[in-house]
Design a protein around this ligand. Sequence first.
Ligand SMILES: Cc1ncc(COP(=O)(O)O)c(C=O)c1O
Length: 442
Amino acid sequence: MDMTDLQQDLAAFWMPFTANRQFKQAPRLLAEAKGMYYKTPDGREILDGCAGLWCVAAGHCRDEIVRAVQDQVARLDFAPSFQFGHPLAFEAANRLAAITPPGMDRIFFTNSGSESADTALKIALAYHRARGEGSRTRFVGRERSYHGVNFGGMSVGGIPGNRKVFGNSMLPGVDHLPATHDLARNAFSRGQPAHGAEFADELERIVALHDASNIAAVIIEPMAGSTGVLLPPKGYLERLRAICDRHGILLIFDEVITGFGRLGGAFAYDAFGVKPDIMTMAKAINNATIPMGAVAVRDELHDAIVNAAPEGAIEFMHGYTYSAHPVACAAANATLALYEREQLFKRAAAMAPHFEAAAHALKGARNVIDIRNFGMVAAVELAARPGAPGKRGYEALVKCFGKGVLVRVTGDIVAVSPPLVAEKAEVDRIFATLAEVIATID
Ligand SMILES: Cc1ncc(COP(=O)(O)O)c(C=O)c1O
């Protein structure tokens, strides 16, 4: 086989989270990218309405990041982080600690959001055990949440489709809060919806059932991203925080999507004012240039675990060969410097009102039953076609791609979350294209 054959035979690559048979009949291939645009192999430009997979916050192939990666891979391709270290890892941790909420300055590196979720759960267990509360092993997740695909994250996650096949092999001892999505009361909300703070009270019910002494942590996405942009109702996060505090339960925010400017601040703490005990991140941590994730932890949690171990003993039996990979760290350092220099989180906040207006202009369009938004993320929810849920959403994805715009769909929910460098005209084009497309879907 020559190279062209190797590239054109689509059978060998078993694609993740993809309808493989459907895709391979009509592939949507992306061959290059720069700034706000992808290019297909035949040279068609595709405006990136979803920052890749919510991750390319600074736009594609930014020169500074590309150069940092190229230089680093030639200087130090790999160094172990088990009992050795390299300077870029410490720099990356310090750069992250500078933008995490106050007092959350201890950073553990992973390679993905899924690994970050499982790492966060393990840190919660280790913390309670270090303090002599080893009975705290239960976790509380939430319906319609996504924490990746590893066994821990899948168990606390709340997507039926992701759990169906693996349902009998989940972590034991997990309960789920109800989702906060409430179309009947909150449809077409701008920003945080008004109704639903009381969904947090379900945590009291779970505590009453199991007793707080058995519960390690609650994990939620402060704004659920991949299940369809589900925003926290006003007062909800505050209430959840208060209940956790009352019962000594740790609160974990999964910030894999919400981190790094998506909500108009560095993290959900900056947008909503509620501070977790542990935060996961990945994706935009290094503009998605090299796989990377991280977990930020409140200093006291880190200290409790580290100080509980005998001198010379490894305190936390966890880590990945590629934790703090030098090339990923180089990309992160260049990315975090770029975010700061270009003030991209502030830029996202400044663009948010225009973005919101452009999104809500689709109100009244065919089959649109909700539009919701915060910062630089919005969802347009279509009514499901009777007997064919997800079909309208998929049609919207395909037709938008045909018109040169990449969006993401979850069922019949179309999510828009472009790179934070988007100009007003690009924001307008994304929503105008979506409006045109929706008008053609019966
Ligand atoms: C909130 C959240 N957590 C975890 C993950 C999993 O991240 P990854 O795909 O990098 O493993 C995702 C991915 O979309 C996510 O949105």
